[in-house]
Design a protein around this ligand. Structure first.
Ligand code: HEM
Length: 158
């Protein structure tokens, strides 16, 4: 029963992270943003990324928490695993670490540089390049989370 709950939260967090990244970066923003106009604080991407980056990071925390808890909960069952399980797990962790740090940097460093522009109007000039960096990093996070999801499913059926 505990395993079912842990994997339910693990999969839900993966679904929310992947779903929100795909929707915002591949469907919503390409539809509403005019590519010819330079992004600024009134662009849709400014508001969307302000919500997207902390959401993805919260999912990453839930994924790490439930993933570690799953391993601890099934500690005694680990002796019977097929050889190669931890090789796959290690590869998954490389992608998880990349997604984790990319999302943390976007949510807590880049996003903060361009937030509260009323209090820091001087930061307005940073908006276009910071949004560009955040979109690039979020796209990288998307692919890393997608690969980690694939490897996770493989791991569960190994
Ligand atoms: C980007 C982050 C992550 C994603 C997208 C992800 C995704 C997944 C998915 C889709 C599964 C398959 C579950 C199933 O079909 O039953 C899974 C399984 C698993 N995940 Fe993750 N995961 C992530 C991070 C982590 C982390 C940080 C850990 C551990 C520290 C972890 C440990 C595990 C383990 C041990 C399983 C296999 C369960 C089994 O053998 O049945 N995951 N993951």
């Amino acid at each position: 029963m505990t395993n079912v709950i842990i994997i339910f939260i693990h999969l839900s967090a993966a679904g929310v992270a992947l779903g929100s990244l795909v929707f915002c970066l591949k469907i919503y923003l390409p539809m509403v943003e005019d590519k010819k106009v330079e992004r600024n604080e009134n662009s849709p991407s400014y508001k969307v990324l302000d919500l997207l980056t902390p959401t993805v990071f919260a999912c990453m925390l839930a994924l790490v928490g439930t993933g570690v808890y799953f391993l601890l909960e099934n500690y005694s069952a680990q002796v019977g695993l097929k050889p190669g399980y931890y090789n796959l797990f290690g590869i998954k962790m490389v992608f998880v670490a990349g997604a984790f740090f990319a999302s943390m940097y976007s949510a807590f460093s880049l996003r903060i540089h361009i937030s509260d522009l009323d209090l820091n109007p001087g930061n307005k000039k940073l908006v276009p390049q910071t949004l560009k960096k955040m979109i690039g990093l979020s796209k990288m996070t998307l692919w890393m989370v997608a690969i980690a999801t694939f490897l996770g499913i493989w791991l569960a059926r190994y």
